[in-house]
Design a protein around this ligand. Sequence first.
Ligand SMILES: O=c1ccn([C@@H]2O[C@H](COP(=O)(O)OP(=O)(O)O[C@H]3O[C@H](CO)[C@@H](O)[C@H](O)[C@H]3O)[C@@H](O)[C@H]2O)c(=O)[nH]1
Length: 465
Amino acid sequence: MSQPPKTSSSSFHIAMFPWFAIGHITPYIHLANELASRGHRITLLVPNKARLQLQHLVLHADLIVFSPVAVPHVHGLPEGTEIASEIPIHMTHLLATAMDRTRGEIEQFLTVSKLDFVLYDTAQWVPGIARRNGIKTVCYNVVCAAALAIALVPARNVPKDRPITEEELREAPAGYPSKNVVLCGAEAKALTFISLPYGEGITFYERTTTAMKECDVLSIRTCRELEGDLCDYMEAQYKKPVILTGPVLGLGSDKKSEKLEERWEKWFSGFEAGSVVFCAFGTQWILEKEQFQELVLGFELTGLPFFVALKPPSGCATIEEALPNGFEERVKGRGVVFGGWVQQTAILSHKSVGCFVNHCGFGSMWESLMTDNQIVLVPHLGDQILNTKLLVKELKVAVEVEREENGWLSKDSLRKAIKSVMDKDSEVGVMVKKNHAKWVETLSSPGFMSGYIDRFVQKLKEIVN
Ligand SMILES: O=c1ccn([C@@H]2O[C@H](COP(=O)(O)OP(=O)(O)O[C@H]3O[C@H](CO)[C@@H](O)[C@H](O)[C@H]3O)[C@@H](O)[C@H]2O)c(=O)[nH]1
């Protein structure tokens, strides 16, 4: 059990209104836990479906409350959509419109709630409302500083009259400090969406840059040890200090992750230490059926025990109907492909797990860095590509699965990447393990995580005073 929080007269009431996606709401809840453990009160303004999925992560129910946001229906979205994981990526701009249409409800809440701060990331209209009500704003970004710095800064000239091109995106904005964390070749395609409409009468670029320009405090869920130069660049671009929260990993004061379901605990415990390959691609990526089948065949080819937690591919209602012929019989006893929610952090810290194949979403990136599992990356979205560059090229703690020119991931390249880190005598495997161990040491050193949060809170106090 975590310690009951201390409250004091200098504590804040803080509202949090993150983008309607599990990958965003999760780190906001982790930050809420940290703030509550220092005596601050938090109200989480999130859709009800997110509350139901994530409320178990709240460690201080006495100080953290949910205030469910009613997400209105928008033409083009399936009826009842509330969070990004319910829809394919190409529909998320419509969910941004739905978010914009909650403005009246949010304004009402901010007007009557006597708040000190509101934290947000995607709703660029929050600062206007907050200012009218004497509330300070923190634009809290839960993607890497690199993704913000390469695409969402004033120096990135985004044309107003036409979509931005891949060629333009391959060129980093003036003064961008990294040579390694850049977009090459077809990777640039993943960020062309920034100049497209995203919400009511606004593009993604306008929306996010306005959100960052208008806030009192610009904040990022990262650490200087990983992205110091990129954070300095963000400060220079936005002409305001950038306050970091560090990785904020949601471990309570007892440093325990969530509890693994009993059936999976039993399954994992049947294997040797460090032998199982675990795979998860976050909450948003839905694979095409052919690609899904190719990947599971890649896991089969490794000959290693594996646990794959993926959503059913598009067009399939269940995982079972999507599996290749004869697959289940062939891997029986050593392989599981599961289509539901699993306790990812608990699996990652299970002693039988030795390798984590993932999409390098920012949450999974930090979670993988904190364990001693070998890391194999299969990025999909723009920020995931940049996170992957950080881990593969800067830190040299992971390998990336090679794609074919058309983006296809073959079973052989997946097998090759996994074997390159799991074979005991592989040079690459030894190198990434050694580098990774140094990062685990840094991230888990006493006071590292809490120091970031303490400095964040200190900054909030200075702003109020
Ligand atoms: O079955 C599951 C699936 C996911 N998770 C957790 O859900 C979170 C997923 O977050 P993340 O790894 O960041 O993946 P996405 O959900 O794909 O994240 C979205 O949001 C991220 C920002 O936080 C971006 O970096 C990604 O590109 C974007 O897809 C992590 O904490 C996981 O541990 C589980 O616990 N169980």
